[in-house]
Design a protein around this ligand. Sequence first.
Ligand SMILES: NC(=O)C1=CN([C@@H]2O[C@H](COP(=O)(O)OP(=O)(O)OC[C@H]3O[C@@H](n4cnc5c(N)ncnc54)[C@H](OP(=O)(O)O)[C@@H]3O)[C@@H](O)[C@H]2O)C=CC1
Ligand SMILES: O=C(O)[C@@H]1CCC=N1
Length: 284
Amino acid sequence: MTLEGLSSVAILGAGKIGGAFVRQILQKTGIRVYATGRRVETLRGAESLGAVATRDNDEAVRRSELVVIAVKPYHFPQLLSEVKQESWKGKIVVSLMAGVKLATLRAALHGAKVFRAMPNLNAYVGKSSTAVSENLYDDASRTVEEFLGLFGQVYWVPEEYLDVWTGLAGSGPAFIAEVLDALAMGAVAAGMPRELSYKAVLDVLEGTAILLKNGFYQHPAMLRDDVTTPAGTTIRGLMVLESGGVKATLMKVIEAAARRSREIGNEIDSRIREKINSRIGHTA
Ligand SMILES: NC(=O)C1=CN([C@@H]2O[C@H](COP(=O)(O)OP(=O)(O)OC[C@H]3O[C@@H](n4cnc5c(N)ncnc54)[C@H](OP(=O)(O)O)[C@@H]3O)[C@@H](O)[C@H]2O)C=CC1
Ligand SMILES: O=C(O)[C@@H]1CCC=N1
């Protein structure tokens, strides 16, 4: 199935990332979107974007060919109890939940073609960097790749990289935002108004990203060296950066976020297995 062959998509949990997906799908395609949530504000928000908003997750799944799971990982067990098992059959399901493993998803969503993806909030403007696992089904994989392409760049990666990807690219916008805020505050401390500092720092970010992305430098360290004049201003700043252990700290930031993604995956797996076992116990 190509994207053009898709008539309806369900977004289960039209919150921050789910809402960004709803927005892009409706801006770029004629696909009908069923968006779910619990609070009136969530449903109204989705409706105002042009989605069919409902609290009924089962109905949203039944009426759609492709289903996106965009609830928090710890809400996944509850979501599962709201959708009949047979409703998942034959559906393409793309989970955006941090940490939740393919094995867990496959155990929970019998009969569905399951994908685990990790986008980021830049999906709101079609600039996500999204990793997805695994490329097992010909037709469905093509559909998923085209679908995720609506939100930005798509990379097929082995599942073993997805927790790191979550720490780096999924959480990334928050880390970059913190760094930008700190740099702008530094300029304020040195005497420049906040608004002007913020504008300047965003320009620096954009230009640096373009230089690196377009291959003008093979490595960020080469760009750094071109900026750095002997006994100039940059080297003085770099010395402070080094003595503050900023680079090591940022490396640990990504490591810690990736570790948390793995922990979440294990926690949710135990909860889902318990749920499945108790269901089997019930029917035996
Ligand atoms: N935020 C981000 O940048 C990214 C998040 N993710 C992943 O996406 C998922 C969502 O995160 P985020 O968008 O930040 O979280 P939000 O809390 O903004 O969105 C989650 C949504 O799920 C809804 N929800 C919860 N339970 C149910 C249910 N039983 N039925 C229907 N809707 C339900 C909530 O509805 P209500 O508001 O009405 O309570 C809420 O709107 C997480 O698993 C996260 O790991 C992945 C990549 C980036
Ligand atoms: O903080 C989180 O857990 C989610 C996953 C990636 C971005 N936000």
